[in-house]
Design a protein around this ligand. Structure first.
Ligand SMILES: Cc1cc2nc3c(=O)[nH]c(=O)nc-3n(C[C@H](O)[C@H](O)[C@H](O)COP(=O)(O)OP(=O)(O)OC[C@H]3O[C@@H](n4cnc5c(N)ncnc54)[C@H](O)[C@@H]3O)c2cc1C
Ligand SMILES: NC(=O)c1ccc[n+]([C@@H]2O[C@H](COP(=O)([O-])OP(=O)(O)OC[C@H]3O[C@@H](n4cnc5c(N)ncnc54)[C@H](OP(=O)(O)O)[C@@H]3O)[C@@H](O)[C@H]2O)c1
Length: 248
């Protein structure tokens, strides 16, 4: 049975009508950046919880969760309707293996995110580990519309602090946006334009790739990378691709 800790919503940031960040005060044990927990609301006398990745780094005081409203979903529309001061339950024990301690060494770390999966990478990038371990870091964020690109200030801060080590590559699939790739990440993987743009190639010798978000995006990216000689990483057999799906 899930053990729950009572959290208080201390602030909420709306990135657009469907996307928002919850800032929660709750006492949870130390986690590793990249892990997730469940958050829950009591709805009609039933506790409804879903997994969400931490966006905050382990050392930060408040928890942040970055959520998209799935209109027909059970929990996310209710999370959208929460107000400061409301109780939000947080699963006491953080979980998950989408963490850098599970990722083998490489020269370039690629982080491929669709939608709200950006958050898990921000948590990792707020820690010192990726900057110490990898010579180059490329964060790709794929969204439908430009209004769903978020956390601009934090991303700018990473760019400023690591001007040669870090590249941010936004993808907007359903409209033309200056400064962003048009279309899907998979297209840019297939036609080589992502490698050309960043100046780095995907190779088993140099690359470690973390992919998170929409399961179809994860699967298709993995297939394309496997065609380039990269292998899925497992604890049994070291490889180059580490994945997390946000739904089935
Ligand atoms: C390990 C893990 C970490 C997760 N972290 C996050 C997170 O940080 N932020 C977040 O918004 N969601 C995250 N999710 C998804 C989240 O748990 C919920 O499924 C989501 O918020 C919808 O909940 P719901 O009850 O409203 O609808 P549900 O009934 O749970 O979902 C209905 C459908 O909505 C779609 N869907 C679910 N989540 C998303 C999403 N994030 N983006 C696009 N479509 C989606 C899927 O088609 C799903 O079948 C994560 C899931 C997992 C497994
Ligand atoms: N984002 C919104 O404006 C919006 C509005 C209302 C409701 N919602 C709710 O939010 C949910 C999720 O929306 P989301 O936009 O965050 O996530 P999403 O549907 O996963 O889309 C995020 C990005 O991933 C791309 N993508 C999807 N499938 C892919 C695949 N197989 N291979 C490669 N790339 C792929 C999308 O491209 P494509 O655009 O080409 O699919 C888009 O660029 C929706 O199901 C809906 O319930 C979202």
């Amino acid at each position: 049975m899930t053990a729950w800790t009572e959290g208080k919503l201390i602030a909420k940031k709306h990135w657009n009508d469907n996307l928002f960040s919850l800032h929660i005060h709750a006492s949870v044990p130390l986690f590793e950046a990249g892990q997730f927990t469940k958050i829950a609301l009591d709805i009609d006398d039933k506790r409804v919880g879903r997994p969400y990745s931490f966006v905050n780094a382990p050392h930060e005081q408040y928890l942040e969760f970055y959520v998209v409203t799935v209109p027909e979903g059970e929990l996310s529309p209710k999370l959208l309707a929460t107000k400061e001061g409301d109780t939000i339950w947080v699963q006491t024990r953080p979980v998950g293996f989408f963490v850098l301690s599970e990722v083998p060494q490489g020269k370039t770390l690629w982080m491929l995110a669709s939608g709200t999966a950006l958050g898990v990478f921000l948590s990792i990038l707020k820690t010192v580990t990726p900057w110490e371990r990898f010579e180059n870091i490329v964060l790709c964020h794929a969204v439908r519309q430009a209004e769903s690109l978020s956390h601009h200030e934090l991303i700018e801060q990473f760019k400023k602090e690591h001007p040669t080590q870090f590249q941010f590559v936004p993808f907007v699939s359903r409209e033309e946006t200056p400064g962003a790739f048009s279309g899907r990440i998979t297209t840019a993987l297939e036609n080589g334009s992502l490698e050309k743009h960043t100046g780095f190639t995907f190779s088993p010798e140099e690359s470690q790739v973390m992919i998170c978000g929409n399961p179809e995006m994860v699967k298709e990216c993995m297939t394309l990378l496997q065609e380039k000689g990269l292998k899925k990483h497992t604890r049994k057999e070291a490889g180059h691709i580490t994945i997390e799906n946000y739904w089935k």
